[in-house]
Unconditional design. Structure first.
Lengths: 128, 852, 311
């Protein structure tokens, strides 16, 4: 027996999706922060944030849609399931894929929660 | 895919033969044995280096703890004059610094170096000499930073060193330079360890250990090492800015010259908050490993813990501004960080409930490690709850910088990090020493620590509520803080007594005591397969793993391993060998040969340490000499120890499996190490890019008028040169592959020329416009970016010439040229750096409507 | 001990003293959080101890439900609710303007305070007087290192940062002398950088403001004034209305009317003042002011008498 293939990173069901899901939260978070910070830095104190809050909420909706999209990939391509009562311990490629898909789904849930949290200050705070 | 190992397809092992077994053992022993006597310091075995690392970290812990006791003694009564203001300011700065940088992070590396390879059923980590190098860097840097207090010049700016207190030499002296250079040096060693551990988890798993079967400890190590890679570099960038301002007057934090002190806080806390989780997660990893053992069953919610580790890692990068709630940022900005700070409670909750759930479904065996884990839970949960409080902005405006926060952070760190670590120390004590500690003494130490801790820190919340700020060396009787402080001081000494008892129990010589039984706790993870007495090679043969808890779920695994029935049972060629596997399914890829004992790592670390120490005192000529020494040692180490083309290009490793003995490109560990290191390097560069945009946001008129921009034409020329150098490097690889060695050498060595001209272009673009880094933050930023690019190009030239020499010497051939693959990978990153620098200096001002 | 702490017998710096509107807003939050934390802690730790000790293990599905509900769902709801509440309080306690404005500049290690007097701004130091029931907007700056302005009994703190101006509003409700503290470590004598915040009825405040704005009253033949001039005190300190116009140290125009000396750390008595002049570095280590140990007894006494007359 001899090994044939180089390590597979992006192709054939890989771990990129584990990083991608929370990265969407991170992107939304940083974008919200930068937009608000630049807006408030370039305008006088007390300036209204009316436009900004809708930008943040809109970005939040987009981010959640993107997370949902990755969730669909996790289900379709990896066979991910939202498992509570079972552990995925089978020693096979399929088992590893299902595991990654499953953890991805959990991360989707956490990331959606975190995105919603980020939108909250945008809705409460009205001025710089 | 045909390279999947099917258990059923493997030929059966050869029948046991005592003579063969003994011969193999003798050969393995010869190869893996560490040197004896004083030569031991050249050892690189993970079991030795890990142990040293652990002991030295605890040495620094004890030192920093004594500093804390001195502080508590000073605060015991009002208007105390036991210690001077000057000394007290050094005490708390050094206490925080040493605990964070010399204990909390290094102990993660120490424990991981010690147990990770064994948990993975591997012989060693993929770069043993790098571990040793990192360890020696840590020792030198740590002793340098801590030693400063004996000369009265310890850093005294607080462990987060806020500018301008730290940036203006009028307000802070040599201590700050010691802090900056000493810690930068240690950060380098932390990043080295992170690279080692990431590659270790990804590529050194035993055959068959797929991601879904990987032990939780490995998940945590992977996540934490990844966090180090993204958290430490921004601080290194910040250190660089701060030291350039201190040493050469570059204008980064001085407001009169367009600098901004808040930038330091951003760079520091982008590191500083993830740091808290970098410290916390590895300890939780220990609990996640210990708990199943005493529950006698696998962890419930394994995948939920993986989720929580990854989730915490990400969210922890969105918390940094909660250390800056009182800096007058817009409320909405504070809100985002408050939100992330609250959100991080959720994955943490999941983590804790997985532990509770596992205990709920099992009959738990009471034990000393579980006692410490329980104490950890009680303390940490309370610290977490006060964390939820201080994450709320209005609450924080009261609590910030008071003893309430001091209490909170000690609850999280001692509960979340120290107690689990103590649990781990007791759990793995028999693994390391092959003896059992005194259980009675251990219980005494636990209760002293637990009670002492709460007496010391619970009242401190109230001290904070009563208005006592942190970092004050004295207070007045009329403040009414005396009673609470006295109680805290008593508690601190009880806590210290507990640690003394624990240390005595752990260090007590037990040579004559009977050794413990093998797998004394009846654990399920691979490290307990170790023979007693232990062998320097780790595992006798590297088994195929197809379960999460192999010692429980794979019958007779220990026997099979011992009899040498699995892979690599021998060391015929007299080389230290590891099996490298792939990231997803741990399919065997090749046999990697790693370096044995060496003084080169010591010499290299010694020279580099001396460079940093001499730079502190601005002895530039000597600094350069030792830097040359460092380069010399390192090159010789690489030349003699890495990417050697083996005599036989593949070898049978047992059970019918034949593996190559050489790998290059993204199969090899070295390539991944370069990739991961450069990811960290890119993060540091992003710290500089962030600084540039930060100035643009926060400093009015950061971008100067057109005449004071770097000259556009020269920037274009510079970029062209850098790109040409990169292109020639790529070309040389193509040429080499075609077998034209001469031409490959010429193009490769020749690529230095356009690259050097390119750097000249960048330098001249700034010089010709008359940019002076001591005048404005823009000028300083431009020069910093050019300097950064220059340093990377300089290293690139060394590498290009090194590989040219390797081709010449026949170590790099048309078919086997791992060095060249690594070089081109590095080159890609440098080109990204060059393009980004060009974008910031040439294109961004244009976008903003300034044409140079 | 707990009741002793809670009643705030030494409540000058207590967040829970209810002396200001902003502090009160946080106080409510504080009690809810502390009690909530106690309940959650008891539940989690109780559950953990039960799980460890029990000899009758639970069924696995039940334990796994705990992870979902206790570990994920419940924390999400609790911290989500707290986040919203915290944001609402934050919005409510941050006003952009006040009934009066006071500028405070952090120095190593004292406070320069600038009021808008009847005839324009004037400078004083280390003591802030505020009208009860009115909202004061503090505009905060620093010109050496970062400091932080904090009157715990009245409300939260705000950093004073070189190169920028931050602001904070406080609405004191209770009369009294509330302690002020520098909360951000600023090197050296950070521990000894305090100030007094005296909350008075609005009418008294107006009277005080007018008196404080007036120039110093000095008899030209006062021997202490001569010592003040001869020793060059005026190079650093200002006495408004005289030739002493030093901008470096605290304004001394009405220093004797302040309750404390040395930036809120010693009672304003002739003995302390005398020691301050001769033993400055012992009274407050690393302070910029040089000591004057060479002053003869008579000179020192005259100087102290003179300074104590500056009401």
């Amino acid at each position: 027996m001899r090994p044939k293939h180089a390590p597979r990173v992006i192709d054939q069901g890989s771990v990129w999706i584990l990083v991608a899901v929370p990265s969407i939260w991170a992107g939304h978070f940083l974008l919200s922060y930068w937009i608000a910070a630049i807006w408030c830095a370039k305008l006088p104190a007390g300036a209204s944030l009316a436009e900004i809050r809708w930008v943040i909420a809109g970005l939040g909706a987009l981010s959640i849609a993107a997370i949902a999209g990755l969730g669909v990939i996790a289900v379709r391509r990896y066979g991910g399931e939202f498992l509570v009562f079972e552990e995925i311990t089978e020693s096979s490629e399929r088992g590893r894929d299902r595991f990654i898909g499953h953890v991805t789904l959990l991360l989707c849930g956490l990331s959606v929660m975190a995105v919603l949290f980020t939108v909250i200050p945008g809705l409460v705070i009205g001025q710089c | 895919m045909t390279d999947e190992i099917k258990l059923s397809d493997l030929p059966p092992p050869e029948p046991y033969d005592k003579a063969r077994d003994e011969a193999q053992r003798a050969r393995l022993m010869k190869v893996w044995e560490a040197p004896k006597g004083w030569r031991k310091i050249s050892a690189v075995n993970n079991s030795l280096v890990g142990k040293w690392y652990l002991l030295v970290s605890f040495g620094f812990f004890t030192f920093a703890g004594i500093l804390a006791l001195m502080m508590r003694a000073q605060l015991a009564v009002p208007n105390n004059d036991l210690f001077s203001q000057e000394l007290y300011n050094q005490l708390f700065t050094l206490h925080g610094t040493a605990m964070m940088f010399l204990f909390a992070v290094p102990i993660f590396e120490a424990v991981a170096i010690l147990i990770l390879p064994e948990i993975l059923g591997a012989r060693d980590l993929p770069f043993p000499r790098l571990s040793a190098f990192g360890f020696w860097c840590f020792v030198i840097g740590g002793v340098f930073v801590c030693g400063s207090i004996f000369f009265g010049v310890a850093p005294d700016g607080g462990w987060f060193m806020y500018a301008p207190l730290s940036s203006n030499p009028d307000y802070s002296g040599l201590g700050t330079d010691i802090w900056l250079l000493g810690l930068s040096f240690i950060e380098v060693s932390s990043i080295a360890a992170a690279v080692e551990l990431i590659v270790g988890v990804l590529k050194s798993r035993p055959p068959g250990m797929r991601l879904n079967l990987m032990p939780l400890y490995c998940w945590y190590v992977l996540v934490v090492a990844g966090m180090i890679l993204f958290a430490f570099p921004p601080l290194i960038a910040g250190d660089l800015l701060l030291e350039m301002e201190r040493a050469f007057g570059w204008a980064f934090f001085d407001v009169d010259r367009g600098g901004d002190p808040i930038l330091w806080q951003h760079l520091f806390w982008i590191f500083g908050h993830p740091e808290v989780y970098i410290v916390f997660l590895p300890s939780i990893a220990l609990v996640a490993t210990i708990l199943p053992t005493f529950a006698g069953r696998p962890m419930v919610g394994h995948s939920w813990i993986v989720l929580s580790a990854i989730g915490v890692a990400f969210l922890s990068f969105g918390l940094w501004v909660h250390h800056m709630f009182t800096t007058g940022l817009p409320e909405i900005s504070l809100g985002f960080f408050s939100a992330a700070s609250e959100a991080v409670a959720v994955p943490t909750g999941i983590q804790i409930f997985c532990f509770i759930a596992t205990m709920l479904v099992a009959k738990v065996r009471p034990s000393v490690p579980m006692l410490f884990a329980g104490g950890a839970l009680a303390i940490f949960v309370f610290g977490g709850l006060t964390g939820v409080m201080v994450a709320l902005v209005p609450f924080d405006w009261q609590a910030h910088d008071t003893h309430f926060v001091v209490a909170h952070l000690h609850y999280t760190l001692i509960g979340g990090m120290l107690f689990p670590l103590f649990a781990g120390i007791h759990y793995w004590y028999p693994f390391v020493t092959e003896r059992m500690f005194s259980i009675r003494t251990a219980k005494w130490s636990f209760w002293l620590l637990f009670v002492g801790f709460n007496i010391a820190f619970l009242p401190m919340h109230w001290t904070g509520v009563m208005g006592m700020p942190r970092r004050v060396w004295t207070y007045d009787l009329a403040d009414g803080w005396g009673l609470l402080n006295m109680i805290s001081t008593i508690g601190a000494f009880v806590f210290a007594a507990g640690f003394a008892v624990l240390a005595a129990n752990v260090l007590w010589p037990r040579g004559r005591q009977a050794p413990v039984a093998r797998n004394v706790w009846n654990a399920g993870t691979m490290e307990w397969s170790e023979e007693i007495p232990g062998k320097p090679w780790g595992v006798r043969s590297i088994p195929y793993i197809h379960t999460r808890y192999p010692l429980w779920e794979q019958p007779d695994l220990i026997g099979q391993v011992d009899r040498g029935e699995w892979f690599l049972p021998d060391a015929e060629e007299g080389e230290r060998e590891l099996i490298v596997t792939d990231i997803l399914d741990a399919r065997p890829l090749f046999v990697q040969r790693v370096g044995g004992p060496s003084y080169l790592t010591l010499g290299s670390a010694g020279c580099l340490g001396t460079v940093f120490i001499l730079a502190t005192f601005h002895l530039w000529a000597l600094t350069l000499i030792f830097f040359a020494g460092f380069v010399g040692f390192t090159l010789y180490w690489l030349w003699t120890g890495t990417a050697r083309i083996p005599a036989t290009l593949e070898k049978p490793v047992g059970r019918g499996l034949v593996l190559p003995t050489y790998a290059q490109g993204n199969r090899s560990s070295g390539w991944w190490a370069v990739f991961i290191t450069m990811t960290g390097d890119m993060t540091a560069f992003m710290g500089l890019v962030f600084s540039y945009f930060y100035y643009w946001t926060a400093v009015p008129a950061f971008l100067p008028e057109a005449a004071r921009l770097p000259v556009f034409g020269w920037l274009v020329a510079g970029l062209a040169g850098v790109l040409a150098g990169w292109g020639l490097t790529l070309l040389s690889r193509q040429v080499l592959r075609q077998g034209r060695r001469g031409l490959a050498m010429v193009t490769l060595a020749g690529s230095v020329v356009p690259s050097a001209l390119g750097l000249g272009g960048f330098v001249w673009a700034a010089q010709a416009a008359g940019l002076d880094p001591t005048r404005t933050s823009f000028d300083a930023m431009v020069w910093m970016l050019v300097l950064w690019l220059g340093l990377h190009l300089g290293l690139n030239w060394v590498m290009q010439l090194y590989v040219t020499a390797r081709i010449y010497a026949g170590h790099c051939t048309p078919r086997y040229c791992a060095d060249h693959y690594n070089l081109t990978l590095y080159g890609h990153f440098v080109v990204i750096t060059g393009l980004t620098t060009f974008g910031l200096l040439a294109l961004f001002p244009m976008l903003m409507g300034v044409f140079g | 001990m707990l009741p002793l702490v809670l009643t705030g017998c030494a409540g000058r710096h207590n967040w829970l003293a209810s002396a200001g509107a902003e502090a009160q807003a946080v106080e409510d939050l504080f009690w809810v959080l502390i009690l909530g934390a106690a309940v959650i802690w008891s539940l989690v730790i109780g559950l953990a101890i039960y799980a460890h000790q029990t000899s009758a293990p639970r069924k696995e599905p039940q334990a796994r439900r705990f992870i979902v509900w206790g570990g994920a769902a419940l924390p999400t709801l609790v911290v989500g609710g707290l986040l919203i509440w915290g944001m609402v309080i934050l919005r409510d306690i941050t006003a952009k303007e006040g009934d009066l404005t006071v500028r405070v500049d952090g120095e190593r290690w004292w406070w320069r305070v600038i009021y808008d007097g009847p005839d324009g701004p004037f400078t004083t130091a280390n003591e802030i007087r505020l009208p009860q029931g009115q909202t004061t907007l503090f505009r905060l700056t620093a010109d050496d290192v970062i400091h932080s302005f904090w009157v715990p009994a009245l409300g939260g703190k705000m950093d004073m940062i070189p190169g920028r101006e931050t602001s904070l509003t406080l609405t004191p409700l209770e009369q009294g002398n509330w302690g002020g503290i520098c909360a951000e470590y600023c090197g050296g004598a950070h521990a000894l950088m305090r100030f007094d915040t005296i909350v008075m009825p609005p009418d008294d405040f107006r009277t005080w403001l007018a008196a404080e704005a007036a120039p110093a009253e000095i008899a030209a033949d006062d021997p202490g004034w001569q010592v003040f001039l001869d020793e060059g005190c005026g190079a650093c300190h200002t006495l408004r209305g005289t030739e002493a116009q030093g901008p470096v140290g605290p304004d001394l125009t009405h220093m004797a009317s302040r309750e404390r000396l040395g930036a809120g750390i010693y009672a304003m008595t002739p003995e302390n003042l005398s020691r301050w002049i001769t033993d400055t570095d012992r009274m407050k280590p690393e302070v910029d002011m040089p000591a004057y140990p060479h002053l003869s007894g008579a000179e020192l006494e005259a100087l102290v008498t003179f300074l104590m007359s500056l009401e």
